[in-house]
Design a protein around this ligand. Structure first.
Ligand code: TRP
Length: 359
């Protein structure tokens, strides 16, 4: 069986360091591993509309931002097909058939949906499209015959729901759909990078994110304002590294070679942590170091982005070619699904509906 990846993001904003450690970095590694036969990455604009129907402008303006983020971190259109969800009609046809295999109660029990309904204040009136987005996500995944879906932990209930749809479909109509596996990031600290204020998650609404497209000045300002240990008032005070945002970021990004380059008095992160815990190491120094570490990562991304921004037409072309390829794949799966359901009335000679009248 072919090894196929599908994953995606809602284009509700530019991508930030949380996305980078949580998923983007991993996708580039998977892409470059050469282990996969096909890789699809989808800009999930239709899904983003399920809770932004009143603001399509927000989605429109972020499609190219996300595409630029993809390309600038090193996703390569020669290997990875990047496309836009709304341009693939087969996904909505599949969704329509899958919806018959799922109950409303099951959707309401989906832990991610439950949590999002609370966050968005949808309790009293849930948009039907929103409640159904896990089914549409099942269509996204199965249309590409994905075996592997690299996602964050919050998306695991979507994979589980997809697997249930696949089993019901195959049970009713024959073995057609491929059951996917979720692939979690293997690194604990990467599962959820906190915002610069130490709050649980980077988010646009909290204004606590560092974006891949931020300027060096913006990054520096954000790093210097980071939440550390509120009890570490004087340099001599012993400090805590647990829950200290600067150290959480260093855990996610630091390599030993950066010490040699920027802080040669320490060999590695353990030594730096030990000094901080003993006392005698100030926040300004660790923040300056973190800033240098982040610049190691962000500078090449920023430079690639600047080049790409000079030729937006070629980015549009990447997406358009991606949509063409994605349509070919999704249409082929839709045909298989409709053949299995015996509803391809005009091309399927073997199960011709005329036969009911020729006994
Ligand atoms: N739900 C995902 C998110 O919010 C985006 C998404 C849509 C997706 N369809 C997908 C992810 C299919 C993986 C597979 O980020």
């Amino acid at each position: 069986m072919k090894k196929i990846i599908l994953t995606g993001d809602r284009p509700t904003g530019r991508l930030h360091l949380g996305h980078f450690v949580g998923s983007l970095r991993r996708r580039v590694e998977l892409q470059n591993s050469g282990e996969f036969d096909e890789i699809y990455i989808m800009i999930a604009d239709s899904q983003a509309l399920t809770d932004n129907a009143d603001n399509p402008e927000k989605i429109r303006r972020n499609i190219l931002e996300v595409a630029l983020d993809y390309l600038s971190v090193g996703l390569d259109p020669k290997i990875t097909t990047m496309f836009i969800q709304s341009q693939i009609p087969a996904l909505y046809e599949l969704t329509a058939y899958y919806l018959n295999l799922v109950t409303v109660a099951r959707l309401q029990r989906n832990p991610t949906i439950k949590e999002e309904i609370k966050q968005r204040g949808f309790e009293t009136s849930i948009p039907a499209g929103f409640l159904n987005y896990p089914v549409s996500q099942a269509a996204d995944i199965t249309a590409f015959e994905a075996t592997c879906v690299p996602v964050g932990e919050d998306q695991m209930p979507m994979i589980e729901q997809t697997r249930e749809v696949v089993r019901s479909f195959n049970h009713l109509y024959g073995d057609v759909l491929v059951e996917p596996e979720g692939l979690l990031s293997d690194n604990e600290v990467c599962l959820r990078l906190p915002g610069i204020d130490g709050k649980a998650k980077m988010s646009k609404s909290l204004g606590n994110g560092i974006y891949l497209s931020d300027t060096p000045e913006e990054v520096k300002k954000k790093v210097m304002s980071m939440y550390t240990d509120p009890n570490h008032l004087k340099v001599e005070d012993p400090g805590s590294v647990e829950g200290n945002t600067v150290f959480i970021y260093l855990d996610a990004f630091c390599k030993d070679e950066y010490f040699e380059k920027y802080l040669p008095e320490y060999k590695n992160l353990d030594e730096l942590k030990a000094h901080y815990q003993r006392g005698g190491l100030g926040d300004v120094k660790i923040k300056r170091f973190l800033n240098s570490v982040l610049e190691e990562i962000l500078t090449p991304i920023r430079e690639r982005r600047k080049e790409l921004e000079k030729d937006i037409d070629s980015v549009m072309k990447v997406l358009q070619d991606g949509c063409d390829k994605a349509n070919a794949k999704a249409n082929a799966t839709l045909k298989k699904a409709k053949d299995a359901m015996k509803i391809n009335y005009f091309d399927d000679q073997e199960h011709n509906i005329k036969d009911y009248f020729q006994e």
